[in-house]
Every structure is written in structure tokens, then in C-alpha cells.
Design a protein around this ligand. Structure first.
Ligand code: SF4
Length: 350
């Protein structure tokens, strides 16, 4: 693993405050994102990592104000575009938010096939997107060709194809090009490589890195796969039971994790190059959103916890002015001896 530059948040593009997504269910209120606070730095790649059912996808939907009914999104999410005034994303009308999505904040989800209309050529998708947002279509198609080439695709061949004529890796790259054709400032990627084989995943991660650097993009990369994001992210934010439990510069989180859950995630991967098929699951199960344990939500699975943890919920403050590597744990000073990392050698590039 290479050492990434250490990042602090001093020019946030997003400020997320007290943000909750809840569902009213027969069994009770289900909070699938629970009063989260986090800043996203302009130009960074933020890796958001957690097990399935930890709230990762809800965080992605919240950033786009795209939580679907009957989910209720509350809190404050402020977007600071490079030029222009701050935008309170949760106060926008439906038509205003549609403009911000794609034009300012774009998204790529896993499984390109379900994102494309099977009856429309890839070129048709680009033209329709450009025209729906009032962009110059011909200038936009030039950009589309460049983007496809940057993603190592034969642009004319891909534009002339229908989605089913492309391989999984090609269609996912075509979707990334489509998500960037309106030149957004932010790309939210939710498990964008999950349906692909390992080699294709690695190659797409490398392409994402190149594109982010070239275009000064901010990327929020959501994944359950910690090794996948290790070399891509500037910072890593770990979600457990619908809350962030650790946030910090990627290198620090990967080598000096402060939260027992992050350490368990790391120890479930013998080394960062291990394919996810070979990862060992962590003992126990993540909590159901209607019955999150009191106190620290991780205490039923935590080898360190004591009675205090059963009653007192440890705070996490990942805001700009509160330090750069934080964890929600009462015993951050003790976890390094209580939960030793079994991670193999880490290479530091200086
Ligand atoms: S607060 Fe207690 S239970 Fe929670 S992670 Fe820390 S040691 Fe474990």
C-alpha cells in the first residue's frame, strides 16, 4: 500500500450535519442513517466503507437528496460549488435538485446494465442526457468521445453499440463516462465495481484515480471492500450500524485504526491484496436498524467493551475543526494492544 498524502478538511465541498434517514415500519422506527456528521474535502477521494446493511447506500442517496419514499431524510447537507453560493441540498425543490444531480453531483451505481435503457444506443444515452440538461449536444459529444478514450474505450464503437453488446467492464466504463459528460464537480460511486471480476475492478479503480486527478473531481467512493479502496482514497470513513465510527486519512486508518470494528475489518483481510472472496467475516452480525444496541452499538461484538460501553454511546466528531483522525470509542488508547492488527507488511512511499 502506498502512503497517501495526509488530508485535512479545510475547503469542504459538502458539510453533512445531523443527517438521518428513517423509515416508519410496523416493527418500529428504522433509522438507516443515524444523525451523521461529516465533511467532504474539495478534490479528495473519500472512501466510505462498511459491511452490507451499515447505511452506506443511504449515505450515497442522502448526498444526492435521492432517498426514495417512504424514507424520510432530515438534517442539513450543504454543497459548496467551486463558484456560486452554498446550496442547502435538502431545501431544494424537485426541479432544482434534478439540475444539481448530474450537472454538479453525479453518480455511478453498480451494475451499469440496469442504469442503461436496453433499447437505446450508448450514443443515444449521451445525447439524451446532454439535451435534457440544456447543454450543447455536439460539444458534449466531443467531450463524450474524449472521456471514453480516457477510459481506454474505442469511442465510436462504444457509442454505436447497445448496452447488451458491451462487456460488464466496458459498460461500467461507459457509465462512468456518461456520469462525467456534464462536467460535475462531485462523483458519488456506490459499489461501482462490485459486479466485475477482480482484474477489471483494479483496472477501473486505476482509471478512476487518473480521471479524478486530471479533472479535479471530488469522489465519494462507497464500498464494502476495504482493500479495493485502500490505494484510491485520501481519507476513509467507516460506517457501522448507520453511524460513522472512524474517519481519518487513509494511511492512518489502514495502519493505525483506532476503532475495534475497523481493526476487525482489517484483520478479516490477511493483506490488502487479498481478493474479497478470501476475506473472513467478522464474528457476529451487524444490528437490525430497529434494534440497534444501546450505548456503543458495537459492544455485543467488541472484544474490548465493558459495562460503560453498554450504556454510554461514544461520540465521534469528524468536523473540520476537530482533528483529522477520529474514532467513536471509549478506549481508543487501548485498542492497539487489545485488538492487535495482523496486517502484513505495509510499504511507505515518501
Ligand atoms: S466503545 Fe467500547 S464497545 Fe464500543 S468499540 Fe469502543 S471498546 Fe468496543
Amino acid at each position: 500500500m502506498q502512503q497517501k498524502r495526509t488530508k485535512t478538511v479545510d475547503d469542504p465541498i459538502f458539510e453533512v450535519r445531523d443527517t438521518t434517514v428513517s423509515f416508519d415500519m410496523d416493527r418500529g422506527e428504522s433509522k438507516v442513517l443515524n444523525e451523521v456528521d461529516i465533511d467532504v474535502e474539495r478534490g479528495e477521494v473519500l472512501g466510505v466503507v462498511g459491511e452490507s446493511g451499515s447505511g452506506k447506500s443511504m449515505f450515497a442517496s442522502a448526498l444526492l437528496n435521492a432517498v426514495v419514499d417512504p424514507g424520510v431524510l432530515t438534517g442539513d447537507i450543504t454543497f459548496y460549488p467551486e463558484s456560486g453560493s452554498a446550496i442547502d441540498l435538502l431545501e431544494l425543490s424537485e426541479s432544482e435538485i434534478k439540475e444539481v444531480r448530474w450537472e454538479e453531483i453525479s453518480m455511478v451505481f453498480q451494475g451499469a446494465m440496469s442504469s442503461f435503457n436496453p433499447t437505446m444506443s450508448i450514443e443515444g444515452h449521451f445525447r439524451e442526457t446532454l439535451s435534457a440538461h440544456g447543454y450543447d449536444v455536439e460539444a458534449g459529444m466531443e467531450r463524450a468521445r474524449e472521456l471514453l478514450s480516457d477510459l481506454y474505450l474505442e469511442s465510436d464503437q462504444v457509442l454505436g453499440s447497445y448496452p447488451h453488446e458491451l462487456s460488464g467492464g466496458m459498460s461500467q466504463r461507459a457509465l462512468i463516462a456518461l456520469s462525467l459528460v456534464l462536467e460535475p464537480e462531485v462523483l458519488v460511486m456506490d459499489e461501482p465495481t462490485a459486479a466485475l471480476d477482480l482484474l477489471m475492478q483494479r483496472s477501473i479503480i486505476q482509471l478512476i484515480q487518473e480521471i479524478a486527478d486530471e479533472r479535479d473531481l471530488t469522489i465519494v467512493f462507497i464500498t464494502h471492500d476495504l482493500p479495493l479502496v485502500a490505494n484510491l482514497a485520501d481519507r476513509i470513513a467507516v460506517l457501522y450500524a448507520f453511524e460513522f465510527v472512524e474517519v481519518g486519512p487513509a494511511y492512518d486508518v489502514l495502519t493505525e485504526a483506532k476503532h475495534p470494528y475497523t481493526r476487525a475489518l482489517l484483520n478479516s483481510t490477511p493483506n490488502l491484496e487479498t481478493p474479497r472472496e478470501q476475506m473472513r467475516p467478522i464474528d457476529g452480525a451487524a444490528p437490525d436498524p430497529v434494534s440497534v444496541p444501546n450505548g456503543c452499538s458495537y459492544h455485543p461484538r467488541c472484544p474490548v467493551g465493558d459495562e460503560t460501553c453498554e450504556h454510554d454511546d461514544p461520540p465521534l466528531d469528524s468536523r473540520t475543526d476537530e482533528g483529522e483522525h477520529v474514532a467513536a470509542c471509549h478506549y481508543v488508547d487501548e485498542v492497539s494492544t487489545s485488538v492487535p492488527l495482523t496486517l502484513q507488511e505495509v510499504t511507505v512511499n515518501e
